[in-house]
Structure formats: C-alpha cells, structure tokens
Design a protein around this ligand. Structure first.
Ligand code: SF4
Length: 252
C-alpha cells in the first residue's frame, strides 16, 4: 500500500460519512471564531486588509470582500491540523475562508482531496460545499499582511488565537506547518500549551519531524506560487507529506 492509500484508509476508517465541519459546529470554536472576526489589535494589518478590499484588482472588482480576520476551517475532531502563515490579501481576505480563493489554496485542497481529507478537490468560496474530515486548516496570523510578512509584534498579538484553537482541537496529534514561519509559530504556540520544544530547537525543513508534547510537528514547504512554479514543491512531495501525516495521526 502506498502512502497516499494508507493515509486515505486511516481517514475513511474513522468515519463513514462527511460531518458538518466548519468551526461554527463546535460551540467553543465558534465562540473563538466570533472573537477573532472582531479583532483589531494590529493597526497596520487592519488598515491593510481593509484597504485591499476597498481597492481590489480588476478581476475581483464588485466582489464583497471578507476583509476581517479569519478563524480556522475544518473538522473540530481533526487529528491533523495544518497551519499556514497568514491569509492572502485577495485570497482568504476576499473569500473569508482559510486558503480559499488563491493558487496556494488550490494546491492545498487538491492535496487534501487526494489524501482523503476533503470531499472535493477545490475551494472557491464559503458555502461551496467543501467539507474536511479529520483535518483542520488554520494560520499563525489571521489578517492579510503586506508582502505576506507579518512583523514579530503582530505575530505575537495573534498567537494566542492559535494557542486556543489548538487547545480546542482536542484530538489533534499531528501539526503540519506550511513553511518556516508557521513552523516557528507552532513551536511558540506549543510552548504556551506546555509542550516545550526539544533543545536545540528543531529546524524547519520539508519532511522534518519533531515530537513536542502530544503532537508531532511535520514540516512542508508552503504551497506558494514561488515554490510550486519553480518546482521546489511538487504534487508528489505534497502527497508524500500528507501520507506521512496520516501515518503519524493513526499511531495508537
Ligand atoms: S493579525 Fe491577529 S491579532 Fe492582529 S488584528 Fe488580525 S486577528 Fe487581531
């Protein structure tokens, strides 16, 4: 059995049907989501996210942008949590769902579908019928940052949301960090959750693994256009990572 099949089987064995799987289906995650949506703690990011919505590129003119911070999306009972950097200005900041509406999301959700975690291969907008099973997608920072580069104080402002989200994902066992920023952010969040990182601090790499507290942290190159256009990250590489995540999550 190849890794993709192993991952798919481990997921389908857990449940025979797709459940209602956005964060509002869990009262506690729903309460956290409402709090996140109202956050204005970082003036620079608030200004940026709203300005992008007020003056979108021609292809998105007339669209009603979300233009608020984002909560996570997926299965509240997920064993696999996937953590990215931050919403994209005209992706999730437009559609209101993590990794939805841009090329990175196309890569990510297609891979989730191939691995058996998603009921469809594409993610276009809220209400498009996409459901995840055993996976939850979130980010270290909840507002779209200029040049995809949040500043350290902005990361620190936002990190408590990730800490609380991971605490509420009680079945989570594997955290897939998309890129070095997410890897570092997750290690910081784990520290706040009582999972001290080993010393020396584990280094990010594609396929890197670290045991921290009750989680295995797994590294993956971010599916940014920069990485996918250049071949630094291929579909085969993504599939291997998700297969490995499935193996780790299925461990007793
Ligand atoms: S980045 Fe996070 S802390 Fe800052 S305004 Fe957005 S949601 Fe709030």
């Amino acid at each position: 059995m190849d890794r993709v099949s192993a991952s798919h089987d481990s997921v389908t064995a857990m449940s025979g049907s797709w459940r209602s799987l956005d964060s509002s289906s869990s009262p506690t995650l729903g309460e956290l989501a409402a709090e996140i949506h109202a956050c204005r703690r970082c003036p620079r990011l608030v200004e940026w996210r709203e300005a992008r919505a007020a003056d979108p590129p021609r292809r998105f003119r007339g669209e009603d942008y979300w233009a608020r911070p984002l909560d996570g999306f997926g299965d509240p009972a997920a064993r696999l949590a996937i953590v990215g950097l931050a919403p994209a200005a005209h992706g999730a900041n437009r559609t209101g769902r993590m990794f939805t509406g841009d090329r990175s999301g196309e890569w990510l959700y297609a891979a989730l579908h191939r691995a058996g975690y998603a009921n469809r291969p594409s993610s276009e907008r809220r209400g498009d019928g996409l459901r995840l099973r055993d996976a939850y997608v979130t980010a270290v920072v909840r507002c779209a940052p200029p040049a995809n580069r949040p500043r350290p104080p902005e990361r620190d402002n936002c990190l408590p949301y990730l800490v609380r989200e991971l605490a509420l994902l009680e079945r989570s066992r594997v955290i897939l960090a998309l890129g070095a920023f997410a890897w570092d952010g997750v290690l910081r969040a784990m520290r706040d959750l009582g999972g001290a990182a080993p010393r020396p601090k584990p280094r990010f790499g594609h396929g890197a693994e670290a045991e921290v507290g009750r989680w295995t942290l797994l590294g993956c190159y971010h599916p940014s256009q920069q990485n996918t256009f250049t071949g630094r990250l291929t579909t085969a590489m993504l599939d291997e990572v998700f297969a490995r995540a499935g193996e780790l999550a299925a461990r007793p």
